[in-house]
Design a protein around this ligand. Structure first.
Ligand SMILES: Nc1ncnc2c1ncn2[C@@H]1O[C@H](COP(=O)(O)OP(=O)(O)OP(=O)(O)O)[C@@H](O)[C@H]1O
Length: 241
């Protein structure tokens, strides 16, 4: 069960090599000449640390996640992931880095609906460089950890319940044992007891990864030691509100 929510806390500073994410002097606007949507002088997350990020609509949570996954590039500043200069990599290098080191669970899960569950996971494993034999073992372990029946493996993704899709999306995100897991508001379709169970499974399965978890739902903050409001780190949102 979640612990009661505590006051927002930031992740303490560490030396660079122990960090999963390090942001410095980040500025981002969607169009040149427009006001910045993101302005973060400094923020970091240690390896194996799990951080909950809340924030009102429009304060830049999705933009922040897109910068960290490399879907967007900062106009200024540096993003280092796992002690690598991620934002300075070419698009191709960034794609490769993402496949190998970052797992993402999207709000809408983004499973490939016409592929089977197994194929969805194998595609991620292929791009992440995991071997086929290893992948079978990992699927087995992940399905056990996430309490998913292996009978689902040959089902098409669009024939799953929402709860099953969520857990398959986590299995897919974790198949390459990513050092960094990014989760964007995945519990909105669940009732309170299913949501708590989901959180427990997710965080236990991702124990060895750094996790950034974004949600509107303050009830989920209690699952995390570190919790912040995006406005605590994003000066652009703070100045707008
Ligand atoms: N593609 C885009 N082009 C221009 N502006 C955008 C674009 N996407 C988002 N914005 C703007 O950037 C700001 C931050 O949006 P973002 O989606 O990151 O917020 P959010 O905190 O994730 O919101 P929500 O909780 O509603 O999903 C908003 O003012 C939004 O209008």
């Amino acid at each position: 069960m979640p612990q009661p929510a505590q006051a927002a806390s930031t992740v303490p500073c560490r030396n660079e090599s122990s960090l999963a994410v390090a942001l410095r002097d980040i500025k981002f606007a969607y169009h040149s000449g427009e006001a910045d949507v993101i302005r973060i002088p400094q923020w970091s997350l240690g390896r194996n640390e799990h951080c909950f990020i809340a924030g009102a609509s429009g304060t830049g949570k999705s933009t922040f996640l897109n910068l960290i996954t490399g879907a967007l590039s900062p106009n200024e500043g540096e993003i280092r992931l796992l002690d690598q200069p991620f934002s300075a990599l070419s698009v191709r290098q960034r794609d490769k880095f993402r496949s190998r080191h970052i797992g993402v669970v999207f709000q809408q899960f983004n499973l490939i609906h016409y592929l089977s569950v197994r194929q969805n996971i194998e595609v991620a494993a292929y791009f992440g460089g995991s071997g086929k034999e290893l992948t079978e073992d990992k699927i087995h372990a992940l399905f056990a950890g996430l309490q998913l029946s292996e009978d689902l493996l040959e089902k098409r993704a669009d024939n799953l319940s929402v709860g099953q899709q969520q857990r398959v999306a986590i299995a897919r995100a974790l198949i390459n044992a990513p050092e960094l897991l990014i989760v964007d508001e995945p519990t909105s379709a669940l009732d309170a007891s299913a949501r708590d169970k989901f959180m427990e499974l997710l965080l236990a399965t991702a124990k060895a990864s750094a996790v950034i978890f974004v949600s509107h739902d303050p009830a989920l903050a209690g699952f995390f030691k570190y919790k912040i409001d995006i406005c605590d780190i994003n000066q652009a949102a703070r100045n707008r509100s």
